[in-house]
Design a protein around this ligand. Structure first.
Ligand code: X8Z
Ligand code: ZN
Length: 612
């Protein structure tokens, strides 16, 4: 209630101003007969007020969400649902008020841009009916709780959390054991299905009240372009990279066939999803040993090195910070170290999925991660720190501009630094004694491709599924079939065996119950190679791009920071151009990076029946 009043206040203020102007106009008889609409100055005042209110509420919401994610109980769930209900109500009220300025002429650039952001920038809008807002917030909290607390209990009564099930999928080569872990984790999501369906209904109603066809259209309007053209932009990028993905898929399938037999892995068919080393088959690094190019091994295993050198979670994060410092960024604040969560607590439920936080939008930066000492988590630490340094770089912008150029940029920054974790870099840290020669480069590239190239179709399909669900192209009874149809179409991956009638497999992926748009990760995987190429050039790299590390290059850091500081203040093509010299998202950087591997894969695949 309070909140709604606070949001309505600026309108009262705007109306008062308008009334004032009407009085002035009264001197001229013709104008007096017409009710004057809001002016450009009214719009600017409205935006300033809205920014202040959303910043305050957003900060409160963030704090409560932090407590929930670090301490999942019935009470924190309820508190978080209340806070998110208030914040959503405020966002929706402001968005609908913003439409009052649609026909105002003479708006300055920032006011016009910010009004658009207010109207379309809500990830999960609720209908204006307070009961429905409240219902939606409760559903959101319950979905998150079902995922965060999810576990699978074996017959002997031992219950395994997601992290333990992921370890099995990553390490085991026993198909029966893999299948049990894979199916086991998917027992967490059937109870989510009805809740999710209701959430879609409510969010769509909210989106419609704000003038959008559905929630998918709303999500697609966040890219400084006509939302109807955005899917075509994604298709264009996917067409650029899909031949490389298909070559990788073909080789990996052939190798898996050698290991598991052609009854389990058939030529010309999609690959069973439990054999790819990752719970969602979204990155395949864990099966490197099964598919590595013979005679061209990378020559080292970063996980083994980290363990040998007795790295722990804290030391891994300190190493990530040191990389940013080497580029000229200020060290992280003391509170980062005292308030972050690095290790899974033994005594309570937390959300282990890695995330980066910016509690007060000033310098209260934190990460929350259940770090294991391995190469994957070392990369993820850089990913999360990328978020934190971005947040810090734009902290002096106004509320609506305290964000990335588009959401793919936020996801790409830390990954860009991870691309610089090369043998040369590891040698500088004394993690490698000697820089291996180029004879192992195919192995290095294969290792990277299993992370980066394997990810691309997954990064794309999650929202292809959601967009169809939001558009009502499929109802709850068809959710799971559509999911597997898209998994097959994009990834060439299939369920290991028929799924039960009540299955809701999308719910077993964090971002679906958590309502985090996913196209951002596809974009990030394209963008990070563009960023890497540009920064390597600035750093004066002359060798092959996959051996380039920007470590210690203050010139690269300066150029990166110039883009980060822009926040969301300009359309993303300008930010991209500021860093790379080109305003276009473009997959040639990722293709050039992997060109030697692509040539090798094409050779290996000669005579093989590729595709699915
Ligand atoms: O969710 C994440 C990050 C947090 S923004 C750890 N990622 C996606 C995922 O895990 O599915 C990074 C890569 C894709
Ligand atoms: Zn991220």
């Amino acid at each position: 209630m309070n909140i709604l009043n606070r949001i309505v206040l600026p309108c009262a203020c705007v109306l008062a101003l308008t009334a004032c102007e009407q009085q002035n106009d009264a001197a001229e008889p013709v104008a007096a007969a017409l009710p004057a609409g809001p002016t450009a100055a009214d719009a600017a005042a409205f935006v300033a007020d809205a920014e202040q209110q959303l910043a305050e509420l957003g900060q409160h919401n963030e704090r409560v969400a932090w407590v929930l994610a670090n301490f999942i109980t019935e009470d924190t769930e309820l508190l978080a649902a209340r806070a998110s209900e208030q914040f959503t109500a405020a966002q929706v009220a402001v968005a609908s008020e913003a439409a009052r300025f649609n026909d105002v002429e003479g708006l300055d650039y920032d006011t016009a841009r910010k009004l658009n952001m207010l109207k379309s920038g809500i990830v999960i809008p609720a209908p204006m009916d307070p009961e429905k807002t409240s219902e939606q917030a409760e559903i959101g909290a319950r979905l998150n709780g079902l995922y965060g607390r999810g576990s699978y209990c074996l017959e002997d009564g031992d219950c395994l959390a997601l992290g333990q099930l992921e370890d099995i999928i990553g390490e085991s080569r026993d198909p029966a054991e893999l299948l049990e872990a894979w199916e086991g984790w998917r027992t967490v999501s059937p109870p989510m299905k009805d809740l999710y369906a209701r959430q879609v209904e409510l969010a769509n109603e909210g989106a419609a009240e704000l003038g959008f066809d559905d929630l998918g259209t709303m999500w697609r309007s966040a890219y400084d372009m006509d939302p109807a053209e955005f899917p075509g932009e994604l298709d264009r990028l996917w067409e650029q990279v899909s031949p490389l993905y298909e070559a990788l898929h073909c080789h990996v399938r052939a190798q898996l066939q050698e290991v598991y037999g052609s009854e389990t892995v058939a030529a010309g068919e999609p690959i069973p999803a439990h054999l790819l080393g990752n719970m969602w088959a979204q990155s395949w690094d864990n099966i490197y040993d099964l598919v590595a190019p013979p005679q061209s091994d990378a020559g080292y295993d970063l996980t083994e090195i980290l363990l040998d050198k007795e790295y722990n979670a804290l030391k891994m994060v300190r190493t990530g910070e040191a990389f940013f410092s080497s580029l000229g960024f200020e060290p992280l604040p003391e509170t980062f170290w005292s308030r972050s969560l690095f290790v899974k607590p033994a005594d309570r439920d937390v959300v282990c999925h890695a995330s980066a936080w910016d509690i007060d939008e000033q310098d209260d930066l934190r990460i929350k991660m259940c770090i294991d000492v391995n190469a994957e988590d070392f990369n993820t630490i850089h990913h999360e720190l990328g978020h934190n340094y971005y947040q810090r770089a734009y902290k002096d912008k106004s509320y609506l501009y305290r964000s990335s150029a588009n959401d793919g940029f936020h996801e790409a920054v830390g990954d860009t630094l991870s691309l610089s974790i090369t043998p040369e870099y590891l040698a500088q840290l004394d993690l490698l004694e000697q820089v291996p020669d180029a004879s192992g480069d195919l192995g290095l590239l294969m290792n990277q491709a299993l992370g980066k190239i394997a990810f691309l179709p997954f990064g794309l399909m999650v929202d292809q599924w959601r967009w169809k669900v939001f558009a009502g192209e499929v109802g709850p009874e068809g959710y799971n079939d559509l999911w597997w149809q898209l998994r097959e179409q994009y990834q060439g991956v299939r369920a290991p065996r028929e799924r039960p009638a009540d299955a809701f497999d999308p719910g077993a992926k964090y971002h679906v119950p958590g309502n985090t748009p996913y196209t951002r990760y596809f974009l990030a995987h394209i963008l990070q190679f563009q960023f890497h190429r540009a920064l390597c050039e600035i750093a004066g790299n002359e060798g092959p791009i996959h051996r380039c590390s920007i470590y210690n290059s203050e010139a690269a850091g300066e150029r990166l920071n110039a883009m980060l500081e822009m926040g969301r203040s300009r359309p993303w093509p300008e930010a991209l151009e500021a860093l790379t010299g080109s305003p276009e998202m473009d997959a040639t950087a990722i293709l050039d990076y992997f060109a030697p591997l692509q040539a090798w894969l094409d050779e290996q695949n000669t005579g093989r029946q590729c595709g699915w």
